[in-house]
Design a protein around this ligand. Structure first.
Ligand SMILES: [Zn+2]
Length: 340
């Protein structure tokens, strides 16, 4: 039993959503998944500019460290500020000391030119040595040409495709459309309505699925490797794991916390070095799934990188001033809300 664990991995995030908290109500009340996208997220992402992207990523990274999370797989979209956006996020997170695997979510929502520029941003970032995957928003917002283009770019660059799959009923045909394209290195997010098995790792995001009222993904019933993400609602992986556990348990009374802690562990496939990061928690049995699954409020107090650098001391980031980050992010949130 120990208060020390490796760094946590958040295997699906949208760092820009750090600015979404407290945003003004949409013009119409969304009543289903597609309307939540249209009324909230697609109004928000189109308003993002470089400064908003930078400070949302910085705040998201600081809050990740405070949750003991040292590595983030992020999926980004900012249709009005595409080129260079992945580098802004990479730089902000690396300034704080958080590792990232980034992808720009390609989509035809803004026409074929928008899709082309999204693909180009993935290519620019990855060819320039950036760590990431080729991002696709989802099959239902992309033409077959765009899906094939993303798949072939990913193959050419030797990386996977990071894509939302059958999150809601509107994307229920994703399995059929992706079947000939998907490969073992693909990062398939949600898979709630997926009608067949596809090759790849499945990123399960229980809090987001509940919040969007899309139903339970039943990840334990899939043959795939499962990892855990937050889908943009912070990066507190112990909190997400506790939630994943009770959601699993609601479906199967025989389930144990070990299953969900295996999902956390699977996250190291993309960030092997995060295993050597050391997080000290405010709880002496933080390394025990059976303890943490039933112990709310376990927090990181000290984080040290694999290279021995202290990144979080007494619960506070060492490389940046948390008050400044919060103030700048609040400023950007106000600008963002003004544009909505
Ligand atoms: Zn997502």
């Amino acid at each position: 039993m120990s208060a020390v664990t490796p760094g946590m991995v958040c295997s699906h995030h949208h760092l820009y959503s750090a600015l979404a908290r407290g945003m003004p109500s949409p013009p119409r009340q969304p009543t289903k998944f597609i309307e939540i996208l249209e009324q909230i997220w697609w109004r928000l992402d189109v308003a993002l500019d470089a400064e908003m992207i930078r400070w949302s990523a910085m705040l998201g990274a600081v809050e990740a460290l405070q949750s003991g999370t040292t590595a983030i797989v992020d999926h980004h979209e900012s249709p009005s500020c595409i080129e260079g956006s992945l580098s802004i996020i990479a730089d902000a997170c690396s300034e704080v000391g958080v590792r990232t695997n980034l992808a720009y979510g390609v989509t035809d929502r803004h026409g074929a030119d928008g899709a082309r520029r999204g693909l180009a941003e993935n290519e620019r970032f990855l060819r320039g040595g950036g760590r990431g995957m080729v991002g696709v928003h989802a099959a239902f917002t992309c033409s077959d040409e765009t899906l094939a283009g993303a798949a072939s770019l990913a193959r050419e660059l030797g990386v996977g495709v990071h894509i939302h799959v059958a999150e809601g009923p509107d994307d229920a045909t994703a399995g059929e459309r992706l079947q000939a394209l998907a490969r073992d290195d693909w990062h398939l997010v949600h898979c709630v309505y997926l009608d067949r098995d596809l090759p790849g790792t499945i990123a399960h995001n229980p809090r987001s699925n509940m919040n969007n009222s899309v139903g339970y993904a039943r990840p334990a019933a899939r043959p795939n490797k499962i990892v855990l993400g937050t889908d943009g609602i912070g990066a507190d992986m112990l909190e997400e794991a506790r939630l994943a556990y009770v959601r699993l348990r609601e479906d199967d009374v025989l389930a144990t916390p070990d299953t969900v802690w295996q999902w956390l562990d699977n996250g190291y496939a993309l960030f092997p070095e995060a295993r050597a990061d050391r997080v000290t928690w405010n709880y002496p049995q933080a390394d025990s799934a059976w303890h943490v699954a039933f112990t709310p409020g376990v927090r990181a107090v000290h984080v040290e990188s694999d290279a021995g650098e202290v990144l979080l001391r007494h619960g506070l980031p060492t490389r940046v001033d948390i008050n400044e980050v919060r103030a700048k992010a609040a400023e950007q949130a106000t600008r963002l809300f003004g544009k909505l």
